[in-house]
Design a protein around this ligand. Sequence first.
Ligand SMILES: CC(C)(COP(=O)(O)OP(=O)(O)OC[C@H]1O[C@@H](n2cnc3c(N)ncnc32)[C@H](O)[C@@H]1OP(=O)(O)O)[C@@H](O)C(=O)NCCC(=O)NCCS
Length: 199
Amino acid sequence: MESTYFKRFRMEVDLGVPRFAPALPPGYRFVAWDECLLDVHARTKFRAFRDEIDAEVFSCLGDLDGCRRLMREIRCKPGFLPLATWLVARGCSPADLQWCGTIQGVVDGRGVGMIQNVGIVPGHRGLGLGTCLVERALAGFRSRGLRAGSLEVTVDNGGAVRLYQRLGFRRTKTIYKATEAAALPPAGVPSSLVAAATF
Ligand SMILES: CC(C)(COP(=O)(O)OP(=O)(O)OC[C@H]1O[C@@H](n2cnc3c(N)ncnc32)[C@H](O)[C@@H]1OP(=O)(O)O)[C@@H](O)C(=O)NCCC(=O)NCCS
């Protein structure tokens, strides 16, 4: 079976330094985690990722049921952190309500806050919503006393890499994700840096 490898960075930011949390643009608001919003997160994630490179890396992101499964998995992780899990909405009445962005946070075994997926629905990008959601998740990690925030990003996802660098994330590791089960790592890459593309 032929495999495609995607180069990804693990990036980390020190939470020990004070941070500036920007306000959302007018008309937008944060919506805190609630169990009844699991499907809203899944649908917003799907709309944000379905046409993007990460849907090639993680096929579940290009499929609504895959996003639902992924959200249930994230929710069931022992370190799932509601304080780092947010939606951005616009409008209040059922007629004009729009779900615009989603982020989830999990605490790993080392006491590091892991951002799972940040996604902004097309049409609401370039307004600072991604910046605000990442800062909101980092504030949630800080409120739990965590020392660092971390995430993984596909290197070819230039906009996302720029966003994280601007927010102070620095590369700590390079990983190669295989889209299909691979017998061998790409030429010249140690097998210890190769991970199967599964969530
Ligand atoms: C990556 C992603 C989350 C960024 O979200 P976003 O809301 O567009 O992010 P921001 O608006 O905070 O920043 C994006 C750009 O808008 C600019 N911007 C931010 N606020 C702005 C404002 N008020 N006015 C004008 N431009 C602004 C930023 O400077 C940035 O510019 P750059 O791309 O040249 O660096 C979004 O593109 C996305 O959902 N992509 C698909 C899913 C994905 O790949 N997620 C990342 C997985 S690791």
